[in-house]
Write a protein that binds this ligand. Structure first.
Ligand code: SAH
Length: 465
């Protein structure tokens, strides 16, 4: 090991920064997180440091570095652009055995700055021993995505139970088992998803009675899988997919997204197709509840966002009624995904001040929508499930006053490598679409904003069959 990693308590301890430029300012910003008393020695300060000085955050000695600046210091950083000064700081610090860092100069460093994942009080530090700071940053980015933002909150919550756990389980082994059970149980996910009161009750119950019913209950996460491109998943969606015991998914969830599910998880297809539901909705609702009651971590993956034309409300109503813990993870809905990837801004100062999401599902050959309000100008209409009803939709909009020349687009398999965008007008789109082999799912966008597609389309994958 070239460098020994330690975590240093520098709270209220004097730390010296030599140099007054932006690089020095960056190191100051980093060190400030640990609340030392920072003095900057430099003939002049950059704007950032001058501001910190004005706010009383740092002290400043406006002159060249001298050995005496090191008196009483706990840590020294040299960040000047003058190699001679940097060397002098290093030599002076060395003669006092003071930890010193000369920025971007590994041979003049007694300590180096790691890349930091900050979930205070949980801190992860990554170093490549100065060989490749970029590599350390990449690794840090990986870790950032894997460690939930509320990890620190979890640690703080656990700390409030430390003494109680010690009293309840005086023997170390029993105590360790207790904490392992808590940390591998539902309490952690409760904290991550903002249900800290539930988590507190769960831990307290575990301390009081050993076992609690909630402890044995699994939980259901209703997770938005987005419109297709797996890169559009949220961190939380991915984390839950990788912890799941069982995953229920339907037709809209792309194969690429499913590939990210934990390999050992059971995958249950509850696909839905128009006109026929492979598994009836009530059955899905009850299956979710039953699996969770068996103690399983259940992920219900839904295309797009679970609360937009996804029956998410019905599924969690059953869970709520039966006392099964659940959470809802939003996803990128088809409207946002398809619009972005097709270069069609849903609102635009010149063309549309509002946007409406409607379902265009046909019932007995008609669609029950408020055509009059949908035909009003200066808005964008996004129609889900509108392929079958496309001719009716265009016809009704024109009939209720929309211009026959109003641009409209049909986006097929949006955000995937198979994405296709067909554009036309209310008068022409139905015929254009009829002449093509269309692949579901498709989304219809109507409004002046569609005219921007020609200029703004940027997503152009090459399809390899
Ligand atoms: N909850 C989903 C919508 C479910 S309704 C969401 O928020 O996106 C199903 C309809 O969504 C489809 O009929 C289609 O109109 C639309 N849709 C979903 N994914 C799509 C995609 N990748 N491309 C185009 N349309 C899509």
């Amino acid at each position: 090991m070239d460098y020994f990693p330690i975590f240093l308590d520098i709270k209220k301890r004097p730390v010296l920064i030599v140099g007054g430029g932006e690089i020095a300012a960056r190191k100051v910003a980093l060190l400030q997180r640990a609340q030392p008393q920072i003095t900057v020695v430099a003939p002049a300060l950059c704007d950032t440091l001058a501001e910190l000085l004005a706010q009383g955050e740092i002290a400043h000695r406006a002159s060249e570095f001298s050995d005496d600046d090191l008196n009483g210091c706990a840590l020294v950083v040299a960040a000047t652009d003058d190699a001679v000064v940097n060397r002098a700081v290093y030599d002076a610090a060395e003669s006092r055995n003071l930890p010193v860092n000369v920025v971007d100069c590994p041979e003049l460093c007694r300590f180096i700055f790691p890349s930091i994942v900050d979930r205070t009080p949980v801190t992860v530090a990554v170093s490549t021993s100065g060989t490749s700071p970029v590599l350390a940053r990449l690794l840090r980015a990986h870790l950032e995505t894997m460690i939930p933002a509320s990890y620190g909150r979890l640690a703080n919550l656990l700390a409030t139970f430390r003494d109680k756990a010690k009293a309840r389980f005086p023997e170390m082994k029993a105590r360790r088992h207790f904490w392992e059970r808590i940390l591998q149980g539902p309490a952690t996910e409760m904290v991550f998803s903002g249900r800290e009161e539930d988590a507190t009750q769960l831990i307290q119950a575990a301390l009081d009675g050993g076992e609690s019913t909630a402890d044995k209950l699994g939980e259901v996460a209703l997770v938005g899988a987005g419109p297709g491109d797996p890169d559009l998943l949220t961190f939380r969606a991915l984390r839950l997919m990788q912890q799941a015991d069982v995953v229920l998914y339907d037709r809209l969830v792309s194969k690429e997204v499913l590939d990210l599910v934990r390999r050992e998880a059971d995958q249950i297809y509850v696909g839905k197709k128009r006109d026929y539901h492979s598994v009836r909705q009530e059955e899905i609702n009850q299956t979710l509840a039953d699996l969770a009651k068996q103690g399983k971590r259940v992920v219900r993956l839904k295309g797009g966002d679970p609360f937009i034309f996804g029956r998410g409300g019905e599924e969690i109503a059953t869970l709520a009624a039966q006392g099964v813990p659940f959470q809802v993870v939003p996803g990128i809905t088809a409207a946002s995904g398809c619009a972005s990837y097709a270069g069609i801004p849903l609102t635009h100062r010149d063309y549309a001040q509002s946007v409406r999401f409607v379902t265009g599902q046909l019932k007995d050959g008609t669609i029950n929508l408020d055509w009059h309000s949908l035909a009003q100008p200066q808005q964008t209409i996004v129609i889900y499930m509108g392929l079958q009803g496309l001719p009716v939709i265009c016809e009704q909009l024109i009939k209720h006053g929309a211009a026959a020349s109003l641009p409209a687009a049909l986006i097929q398999q949006g955000t995937t490598v198979h994405q296709q965008v067909l554009t036309g007008t209310l008068a022409t789109l139905a015929d254009i679409v009829a002449g093509q082999e269309v692949q579901a799912p498709t989304l219809l966008i109507v409004g002046e904003v569609v005219s921007l597609h020609d200029k703004l389309a940027w997503f152009k994958p090459i399809t390899v069959d």
